[in-house]
Design a protein around this ligand. Structure first.
Ligand code: NAD
Ligand code: G6P
Ligand code: MN
Length: 441
């Protein structure tokens, strides 16, 4: 079987070790010759790379690892680019969350003003990766999960329309795993689902077992009582903030009892409660820096210091195996059904054909083939139109360097109460993002 070469862009990400361990678990199905790590922060990447090199030598010595900050070296002769960059790193995520909160508005990395700010940083970062890939490996595919995926996907649709880039999110996968568990199934792969929406903004309309029996009555009843928690109990191993999100899904689901929602809708339906429960001085970015980042970099350093990964607590990110499913779908034309962020183009019949929507697709060597969702109800359609407007205005604002369009985008966001507040937040975001955003006129 052909062995694939992969670039992981954002090599210094907290997710890189888990993804490499996951790739090791799937070598039989998806053989790998070389993994190249690419990052524009060489020091951050080096800690991850040195630890992963030791780990690979011990567990899969046939796989080569190379780490580089040189695009030509990192992107030459590869089949796939798996991209998870965070432009501005956690320091800027902290700003994305804290600046809106200072003005009494939801502070979230992908939703509302924080997502807009992050989008303006991610667009040029991801476009640069696409250009490197096309220059040095023109036949390669990019599997992108850099956030905010909705805005990044709209930017690549518009600014790199012919590029082989697939945008995907793990939130539906995580939620489907919780649904499967609540039904007593061993994994989400025992279910067939129908879903539509935008990234971090969607609904499941159908969930069936493999025999075709609807599981929706049980699922909607469970979510209406317990959200995505386990019968009201916290999910073991999950952080408190995620458990609170899973519980809140109950209130989100109440808006449409026939479907079950993506957890991120809570920021649009209950922004007041979100702000009231937020600590303006200690947000999710702080939790992640104190938790995941400290743990991953501590473990990597310990592997380097000991010279072995034998007793390492680094774990495979089995959750991330959808990335292998996607790579295999492209490489082996499997036509696996997956939720992808794609141009609508008729999939949702009564919706903007140019909107980037999240819908089931059959993925093969030519990329994703969308399935037809049909017509969607007025409530969801109206919400999605507003949110698509925000995402499109951000991309236009980026392209044109337009202050006005960014102000309109913030004003249109359902999370922002007025144009006045939108302007105050925008002015603070511009100040904080001087090193990243184009100049706005
Ligand atoms: P992280 O900060 O630990 O890692 C990101 C890395 O990207 C850093 O090492 C940074 O130096 C690097 N980077 C930043 N800008 C770059 C550029 N222009 N070129 C090359 N490298 C660059 O962040 P993390 O928490 O591990 O998350 C990584 C990304 O994955 C984020 O965008 C996050 O939102 C995303 N993510 C997405 C999903 C999804 O469902 N789509 C799930 C999990 C994480
Ligand atoms: C989910 C979303 C991702 C997001 C992540 C944030 O997995 O799908 O898009 O990046 O949550 O998690 P964090 O632990 O960084 O807050
Ligand atoms: Mn996501």
């Amino acid at each position: 079987m052909k062995k694939f070469n992969i670039t992981i862009a954002g090599g210094g990400s907290t997710f890189t070790p888990g993804i490499i361990l996951m790739l090791m678990d799937y070598l039989d199905e998806f053989p790998i010759d070389t993994i190249k790590l690419y990052d524009n922060d060489g020091d951050r990447q080096k800690t991850v790379a040195d630890a992963c090199e030791i780990l690979l030598k011990e567990r899969a010595p046939e796989v080569n690892l190379l780490a580089s900050t040189n695009p030509e070296e990192a992107f030459t002769n590869v089949d796939f680019v798996m991209a998870h960059i965070r432009v501005g790193k956690y320091a800027m995520r902290e700003q994305d969350e804290k600046i809106p909160l200072k003005h009494g508005v939801v502070g979230q990395e992908t939703c509302g003003p924080g997502g807009i700010a992050y989008g303006m940083r991610s667009i040029p970062g991801v476009l640069e990766l696409v250009d490197y890939m096309e220059t040095y490996s023109p036949d390669a595919w990019m599997l992108n999960y850099s956030n905010p995926a909705a805005i990044v996907a709209e930017a690549t649709r518009k600014l790199r329309p012919n590029s082989k880039i697939l945008n995907i999110c793990d939130m539906p996968i995580g939620i489907e795993e919780l649904i499967a568990k609540s039904l007593g199934l061993s994994s989400r792969k025992e279910m067939e689902v129908n879903y539509y929406g935008l990234n971090h903004f969607g609904w499941w309309t159908d969930i069936r077992d493999k025999a075709g029996n609807s599981l929706m009555p049980q699922v909607t009843e469970h979510v209406s009582k317990y959200g995505y928690t386990m019968g009201g109990q916290d999910i073991p191993g999950e952080e408190a903030s995620w458990n609170s999100t899973f519980k809140k899904a109950k209130d989100v689901q109440a808006l449409d009892a026939e479907t079950v929602p993506n957890t991120y809708l809570k920021y649009y339906f209950y922004p007041d409660a979100e702000v009231a429960h937020s600590d303006k001085n200690h947000t999710r970015a702080n939790e992640v820096m104190e938790g995941r980042e400290k743990f991953i970099f501590g473990e990597c350093q310990a592997i380097i210091d000991r010279g072995t990964a034998k007793d390492s607590k680094l774990e495979t990110d089995d959750h991330a195996s959808y990335i292998v499913d996607l790579a295999k779908a492209i490489a082996f034309n499997t036509k696996e059904r997956m939720l992808m962020i794609v141009e609508n183009n008729g999939a949702i019949v009564n919706f903007d054909p140019t909107a980037m929507v999240e819908v089931p697709c059959l993925v093969g060597s030519n990329g994703p083939e969308k399935t037809v969702v049909g017509e969607i109800p007025r409530f969801q359609k109206s919400l999605m139109e507003q949110q698509v407007g925000v995402e499109k205005l951000v991309v236009e604002g980026f392209e044109e360097g337009s202050y006005q369009k960014l102000w309109q985008a913030l004003t249109l966001s359902k999370t922002v109460p007025s144009a006045r507040v939108a302007k105050d937040i925008l002015d603070d975001l511009i100040e904080a993002n001087r090193a990243f955003w184009p100049e706005l006129k």
